[in-house]
Design a protein around this ligand. Structure first.
Ligand SMILES: NC(=O)C1=CN([C@@H]2O[C@H](COP(=O)(O)OP(=O)(O)OC[C@H]3O[C@@H](n4cnc5c(N)ncnc54)[C@H](OP(=O)(O)O)[C@@H]3O)[C@@H](O)[C@H]2O)C=CC1
Ligand SMILES: CCCCC/C=C\CC(=O)/C=C/C=C/C=C\[C@@H](O)CCCC(=O)O
Length: 329
């Protein structure tokens, strides 16, 4: 019998998650049935969606949701061979069984020089979020001026670099001077630390006095109320996330958006990356090519040790991560 260690949601989060909201358990996995494979997690992803989704999708005591790059260690499925790596949604667990239907084998050939953990970030769901959010929702054109927040993160850094490839002027913001320096290093035209600027309104105006054609929003809340009022005529807003709101116990009430939206004739659209699941291969192939060519740089924030999952998750929500937050088993 194989024993798996599993992080469970002991208590639903009230405000910001606490260590006592999680509980580590050990479970015995059953023997494989025909068609099933046993996988061992190698890298686990830490994503902001886990905070709001846990509220709507989990019961207390459930295994925390999440994805990983895992190695096949036993197989009764001819499609999946021992030693192969796949991306799965196995949750916060050291080992799990799959019938293969939810497994995504790593794109091949996977270059020896690239860490397989990129399949959780730049060449994975966050990278696809940037790719489809930018090209299908923002519909960027060469010469557009684009704003992206949480810009040094898993999604934001890809947004900015893809926009540069697409001929845009790119403005980004992040929560530390180290992250801001990184943004400039990877090609952002303007970058600032939103936590230290005196006035966000002035910082945005200074970065682009003529305003913004596209706004890729990862943060929501007060930031977006200010950014919205600096959009150019016919501007496009991709509502990707609202991480500034995820830990609120009561939904905040901001200014109303209708007046600037009408005056500037703006288009604002929310999206979930799974909308393009049928075009996953297209996106991954493009992202892999750009990474291999060096046109998209990546940065990972690696925490070691399964016991540190909750701490790494809470750290990411606080902005401690620099780049894609992952855990190495
Ligand atoms: N719609 C979709 O399909 C998807 C949406 N998303 C969303 O994209 C966004 C970014 O995700 P991802 O790239 O994985 O995460 P990141 O790698 O960007 O990590 C989260 C970052 O959010 C920032 N942050 C945290 N709290 C606040 C706050 N109160 N105000 C401003 N910034 C804050 C921090 O960066 P900083 O240092 O800049 O503060 C932190 O590092 C999230 O909102 C997520 O929900 C992600 C994937 C798919
Ligand atoms: C306060 C309300 C917040 C609403 C938006 C929440 C999150 C946006 C976001 O981050 C979306 C992420 C989508 C991820 C998509 C694919 C998977 O890897 C996650 C699967 C989650 C699940 O359905 O189990």
């Amino acid at each position: 019998m194989v024993k798996a260690k599993v992080w469970t949601l002991k208590n639903h989060f009230q405000g910001f998650p606490k260590a006592s909201d999680f509980e580590l358990k050990e479970v015995e996995l059953p023997k494989l049935k025909d068609g099933e494979v046993l996988l061992a997690s190698v890298f686990l992803s830490l994503d902001p969606y886990m905070r709001p989704y846990s509220q709507k999708s989990l019961k207390e005591g459930d295994k925390m949701m999440g994805s990983q790059v895992a190695r096949i260690v036993e197989s009764k499925n001819p499609t999946y061979h021992i030693g192969a790596f796949a991306v799965a949604n196995g949750g916060w667990t050291t080992h799990f069984i799959s019938d293969g239907k939810d497994l995504q084998l790593l794109p091949t050939p996977w270059p020896e020089t690239l860490p397989i953990s990129l399949a959780l970030g730049t060449i994975g769901m966050p990278g696809l979020t940037a790719y489809f959010g930018l090209f299908e929702i923002c519909r960027i054109k060469s010469g557009d001026i684009l704003l992206v927040n949480s810009a040094a993160g898993a999604v934001g850094a890809v947004v900015g670099q893809l926009a540069k490839i697409g001929g845009c002027k790119v403005v980004g913001c992040a929560g530390s001077d180290k992250k801001v320096a990184y943004l400039k290093q990877i090609g952002f035209d303007e970058a600032f630390n939103y936590k230290t600027v005196g006035s966000l309104e002035e910082a945005l105006r200074k970065a682009s006095p003529s305003g913004y054609d596209c706004y890729f929003d990862n943060v929501g809340g007060e930031f977006s109320d200010i950014a919205l009022r600096q959009m150019k005529k016919y501007g496009r807003i991709a509502v990707c996330g609202a991480i500034s709101l995820y830990n609120d116990e009561e939904l905040q009430k901001g200014p109303y958006v209708q007046v600037p939206m009408i005056y500037q004739e703006l288009c604002m659209e929310g999206f979930i990356v799974s909308r393009w699941n049928n075009r996953r291969e297209e996106g991954l192939k493009a992202l892999l090519k750009w990474v291999v060519e060096g046109k998209i740089k990546y940065h990972e924030d690696v925490t070691e040790g399964f016991e540190n999952m909750p701490a790494a998750f809470m750290g990411m929500l606080k902005g401690d991560n620099f780049g894609k937050a992952i855990l190495k088993m």
